[in-house]
Design a protein around this ligand. Sequence first.
Ligand SMILES: NC(=O)C1=CN([C@@H]2O[C@H](COP(=O)(O)OP(=O)(O)OC[C@H]3O[C@@H](n4cnc5c(N)ncnc54)[C@H](OP(=O)(O)O)[C@@H]3O)[C@@H](O)[C@H]2O)C=CC1
Ligand SMILES: O=C(O)C1=N[C@H](C(=O)O)C[C@H](O)C1
Length: 252
Amino acid sequence: MTDIIIQGINGRMGKVLCDLIAQRDDCRIVGGVDVSAQSGPIPVAASLEELNVKADVIIDFSTPEATKSMLRYCQGTGTACVMCTTGLDEECSELIQQTTEKAPVFKSANMSMGINLLAELAQKAAQALGMDYDIEIIEKHHHNKVDAPSGTALLLADEINKATGNRYRYVYDRHSVRQKRDPHELGLHAIRGGSIVGDHEILFCGPDEVITLSHSAGSRAVFANGAINAAVFLTSQKNGLYDMKDLMRSLL
Ligand SMILES: NC(=O)C1=CN([C@@H]2O[C@H](COP(=O)(O)OP(=O)(O)OC[C@H]3O[C@@H](n4cnc5c(N)ncnc54)[C@H](OP(=O)(O)O)[C@@H]3O)[C@@H](O)[C@H]2O)C=CC1
Ligand SMILES: O=C(O)C1=N[C@H](C(=O)O)C[C@H](O)C1
């Protein structure tokens, strides 16, 4: 039985996690962290220190500041964590590095299997098509999302760059750009509206043709299930950094 704390338990993802974990018999929620602590069967506090509950893994869908607090807590206690929050900064990258020496850390800007397959397909397409095809990524999310571009759009861009010898530099939204497109640009564009869960398109625009690879999340369950599976996976891992590729390999 994997004991889990959810950071951001009252948020959109936190609520879906609670529903899905209740249906499983290999894990349970032993506590939650959120701004507004609520009274209920699960203890919830404003910080991990205040919660003072031991768990095997913390799943984090919150804010970048809260993620940093969690990493410091995991460094001190050796607790494993699944990092799902996006919009993280350079300070967070350093904290992640330090934390992986003290605890198992799982990080992915997108916990769905589909996006991680899409990243592999995009790498293959970029390698096969070469510089004659301009790459543009369009992401669409609900109107409550605060960070842009999405962590997933950046993940896809980074994976493409990794597979092509870092040949691209990122251009965001092209607002006020007054020059023609350079072949080394990779465009990232964010759309925010309504209740869109998360759509990502990668366009390879070539001479007289466009190839589009896309993924559309039908519900938040795809992310929540990935995060729960990652939490269970982490309980048998050594200190270090893990991502969806490690989880997918373990399920084969
Ligand atoms: N990796 C992935 O697959 C996915 C990642 N995400 C990312 O997860 C994050 C959360 O998304 P979502 O659930 O939609 O966002 P929400 O805003 O709905 O939920 C975040 C929750 O965290 C709470 N919170 C704010 N500050 C703290 C704090 N210091 N400590 C603990 N909790 C805090 C918020 O409280 P309050 O509202 O009162 O501020 C809110 O309840 C985002 O960065 C999003 O991009 C989302 C989906 C999938
Ligand atoms: O905020 C969201 O909702 C989502 N955020 C993640 C991101 O920034 O990529 C993943 C998913 O697309 C939903």
